[in-house]
Design a protein around this ligand. Sequence first.
Ligand code: HEM
Length: 453
Amino acid sequence: MEAQPYAAAPDDSPVLGSLPVEPLLTAEFDADPGAVYRRLRSRHGPVAPVGLMGVPVWLVLGYREVLDVLRGECQWRRDIRYWRARAQGELPSGWPLLAGYEVRQTMFMDDEEHRAARQTLHTALRPFQEARGPQGWELRAAVSRYADDLVALLAAESGSAGFADLGAQYTRPLLLMVTTRLFGCPVELGDELVMDLWRMLDGGLGAEPATARALAAFTRLAAHRRARPGDDLTSYLLLADPHLSDEQLGRELFMNAVYLNDITGNMVLNTLLEVIRGNATVRRSLSAGQPGETVDRAALANPPVANMCFRFAARDVPLGNYWIRAGDAVSPSAAAAHQDLLALGTSRLVGPAVSARSHLGWGAGQHQCPMAARALAGVLVDQAVGRILDHLATVELTLPPDQLPWRTGPVVRGLRLLPVRYELSRPPRPARPHGQATGLLAGLKRLMSRAQG
Ligand code: HEM
């Protein structure tokens, strides 16, 4: 279909609300999203109408179409006020995904406001990105230390050989410790905060109160660092834009916390999974010390941001086999688009012939993951993965890969658990001395409070 800028949709082209839609979030999608993408594609072509918790939206499946949407800033708007169903009060009351979309931060801004917000984040992240600068160096050293502490804790709990969940016992606490330090949190950020971010992203039970709790926590942090600046991202954001109110800064921290904990955490787990199950290209790039390449390879196989947040059509426009009406919501699917790329590879695991850089795991266009954030994420994933593998003489999955439990929401796909049998490569150093508290949870709390330092 030829693109006709500014043309109105022909009267006889079907309207989103009139099409029969299949609900996206089903047990089948949980177990095998690839099969669902393939079926949608065979029925509808590169763009398909789907139901998201009772609301019809367009899912963009084709690689070329996803790129068109991500790069077409003037046609595909992020500001939620463009969404016709919302403006006309057509969303079901209490629709669980709305709470997250109503948090106005960089992701949901357009044009000049958006560019300024990105610049602020870029400036504030720069010191942590540069390995030779004191903040960057200290952050890297801290990540290694946290990783070693968590391995020592694991050894104290389960011995130098045993069973572990590398999600709950390693990756999640590690990223919470990093966030606590990077954000300059005076109080520990608990697992409950991560659960609240999950509830918001997945539109789970209580998404609205969970969003409100997390936002309130980050707004308090913003106020605290305004009064007592430190060597942390929160204080650097204020330095980069002193006009940010506590509420606005709280919203930006909230969104960055999602990327730092949930998305980066999933990337760590996905990378570990690819290594453990024997993805040769991921292993090779890891041992060659190419962190960017490692992340690219794992993101191509399994992008944590599987389906990106909505864009809203500014005008009627043809896409795939349909006309999208002004104000319709579309979700560009990196995971579905990657099927096109993987089809070029030689096997289920990506062959070296496919350039890993063509993946959409970082997004594309004006809203793609900012370079400074990508550099930071690359370092975190590399350190987190590299350090644990250093400690492990052997590691194997205790479940067949196709039985691993995945958490699949409208946006994120990530492992709930990464259950392994492990053997440490050397006797672990004794866990650091601690007071009365015993047990994994207490140990984690102590480590987290140390991360504030
Ligand atoms: C491996 C980890 C990460 C992955 C896979 C990732 C992926 C992405 C993707 C796909 C987008 C685009 C979303 C869209 O267009 O709808 C994005 C945007 C963004 N990411 Fe990342 N990200 C990661 C880590 C981080 C980290 C650590 C931070 C911050 C410290 C961060 C900050 C951001 C921000 C602020 C945006 C919004 C940019 C905008 O809308 O202009 N990301 N990321």
